[in-house]
Structures are given as C-alpha cells and as structure tokens.
Design a protein around this ligand. Sequence first.
Ligand code: DLL
Length: 436
Amino acid sequence: MHETHARCYQPEIECASPEEIRQLQNKRLVDTVARVYKNVPYYKKLMDEKGVTPDDIKSVDDLHKLPFVSKADLRDAYPYGLLAVPLHDCVRIHSTSGTTGKRVVAFYTQHDLDIFDDCNARAIVAAGGTKDDVVHVSYGYGLFTGGMGLNGGAHKVGCLTLPMSSGNTERQIQFMTDLGSTILCCTPSYAAYLAETINEMGLRDKIKLKAGIFGAEAWSEEMRQQLEENLGIKAYDIYGLTEIIGPGVAFECSEQAGMHVNEDHFIPEIIDPDTGEVLPIGSKGELVFTCISKEAFPLLRYRTRDICVLSRDKCACGRTLVKMAKPMGRSDDMLIIRGVNVFPSQIETVLLEYGLSANYQIIVDRVNHTDTLDVWVEMNPEMFSDTVKQIENRERELMEKLKNMLGISAKVTLKAPKSIARSEGKAVRVIDKRKI
Ligand code: DLL
C-alpha cells in the first residue's frame, strides 16, 4: 500500500468499535456545544429559548435536548451570525446553489479544509483510488463545494488531479482519453451525458475509467446499473451538503450498499419531519446532522430535509461507520399531487426499469382545480424507429406501471432522443407550474 493511501484510509476511525466512536463523539460534542454557546450569540439565544445550557449536554445521549437549526436560521443569521471563530481565522467560503431567497454561506478555517480533504480522501480510497489514479473532477469549481471538495480529497490521496469543472463536454472527453482518467467525479446526470457522448463519438475503447464518484443529487439503483454498463466502471455514491461541509459527509465503499457517514465529524439522527421526534435506527425520516469537529461553521442538529434511513448492519468492507441509504428524496422536493406524496425518484425507477435513459422531465400543473402530472421521457434510438402504434402502446404500458408505483395516474409522452436538455451539474427534473 502506498504511504499516502495508507494515511487516507483511517481504519482506527473507519473500523473503530461503536463504543470507541461514541467516546470520541461525546467529547467532541461537549466541546463544540460549550464553544458555540460562548462564541455565537445566535446559538446562545436558541439554547436559552429551549432552556438548555452547555452543562445539560454531557454525551451524545443528550443530543435531543438541543434545538434544531434549519435553513431559515441560516438565512436569518446571514452572513456572519453563525460564525464560531473570528472572521480573520477563516480562509474560504462556499455557498449553496439555492434558487430562492438569500444564499447560504459556509465558512472554513484551514483546520476545516483539512477535515474536508480528509473526508473526500476517504471516499476516493473507498472507491478504490490510489496514488496511481488520474482523478477527473467535473463537479463545478467555485462557490459550489463539489469541485474543490473532491479536488482536495484527490490531492490528499496523491492522485493526479484534473480540475476540469463542468461544461465543454468534448474537451472533457478529449482530456479523459488523452490523459487516461481513471476516476470520474461529477453528478450522475452529467456522467450519463458524458457516457452518451463518449459512446456516440465511438470512444468507449479509448477511455480508461474504472470508477465514478457520483453525488450531489438523487439517483436510482437503475441509473447506477446504466452508468456502470455504459462507462465500464463501478459507480459509487457520495453525499454531502454545503451547510455541513460539502461532499464527503458520507461515502460508499466496495459493497455499494449505502454510504458510511464520517461519524467522527458528523453525528447523524433521523427524526419525524412533522414532530421533530428522534426515531430509532432503521426508521425512515428526515436526516439531521451535528458537526462536532469543525471550527468556523459547526452547525448543531441541522435539518437537511433529506428523507433517509440509517443502518448499523455489519458491512463486509470492515468499516463500522453507520450507513445511510440513498436519500429517497427531500421533504421539500416531495410533490403532493392530488393529495398523494410523489417522489421524483419513484418515477425514475419506473422509467429506468423499463429500459429508458434518465433523460426525463416531470411537469406538474393545475388545470380546472385538479393537479396534472406529465412525464416526458426520451426514447432510446431503437425505439425511435417504432411505429406510432408501438410508441403509443409503450406510453400506455408506462402509464400503467407509474399508476402501480405512485397510486395516481400520470400522462407519459415519449419524446425523440436528445430532445430534453442535458445538465452539466444538478439536473432539473421537476417543473412545478402550480407555484408560479
Ligand atoms: O451537493 C455537495 C455535494 C457535492 C455532494 C458533490 C456530493 C457530491 P449542496 O449543493 O448544498 O451540496 O446540496 C445538498 O444535495 O441535501 C441532498 O438533497 C442532495 N444530495 C447531495 N448528495 C446526494 C446524493 C452538494 N448522493 C443537497 N444522493 C443534499 C442524493 C444528494 N441527494
């Protein structure tokens, strides 16, 4: 094993016993709470309102006593209100790609960036990365955390790093073939676009990719299979959010069955999104994180809005870090159509199981006081030569399958290949015209 590789895989943490991790978490939690209570008036106010003092927090068992922090708090406290160190100790800012209201800004000290690199290095090593790899980073660089996050991790592992950022697909592919990229890091939707273009250009034999580290948006198991086949790789999931650190909050290992949470830095909880009650492990609910090692922006009990399940089942990779399942959607992305909860991921599963690609769009509208659900999806080139009758039959079959999955009917329209816009970052899958 290379020396750098050995440093980035940290079995003393990643394979520690749950008790050892708990001890570390207890200490870090107590320290963090005391520090933010003292240094951040916003936290002091939230805790005082809840009648909690740092003395009440003696271990992780007391976590539930702390108030939640939500995106609304971040907007309220914008930009410096939750900063826990003097601004001159900070060395970087990242920001969310938020569409409405004020953006969220997150601050990092050098120590925080070291943690960020560490978390991403663990993810790269878990995906089989070593010093011999050429890591092609096509997440956006800049305020978005994706590019810089994976870049830092790849450097730490000692990989040759291509800081491509997103866009200019042909150039991406040229670099990939000329420089022998072995690990691709980007959103799964951009990976699908790259795969499509590589295959169209007839360059599949020229690429040396062996793994992909895909995240920043929801993607289904079916999409994983398609990406693995179309690029000849193993596709690993990676999860994170700007408010907590960026990518690397959790990462997938060789088992490809859920993501290990970097519990030495972030404590996960699952709560009932309506009542805030903490749910037992294995329950489905909203994922909440508490940062216990960061200096500048250590959020306590931050409500992610991601709907998820945690598991402590033994993992064959040897890591003992708790695992989170693929988030099944966001509580605020969940569509309520004619009173029924619909997650875009359910629709994606039906389309991909049918053999279609992930180029689809979901359009929700309200006509005569009734919600309508339209699903546009591109045909494969083979289907495109079908007769109109065959295409109509396929649409009917898909509507039937969607009805079974969702419990409500949707109108499916099969579109010509390449007629739906591709994305270079996070895909826009849902157009909800009811809100306009
Ligand atoms: O998306 C950070 C990131 C960059 C993660 C690169 C992975 C790779 P934000 O832009 O703040 O940060 O968006 C965070 O994206 O709350 C989830 O809803 C969603 N998300 C992130 N990773 C995944 C994933 C980055 N693997 C929000 N699966 C989160 C599903 C994901 N959703």
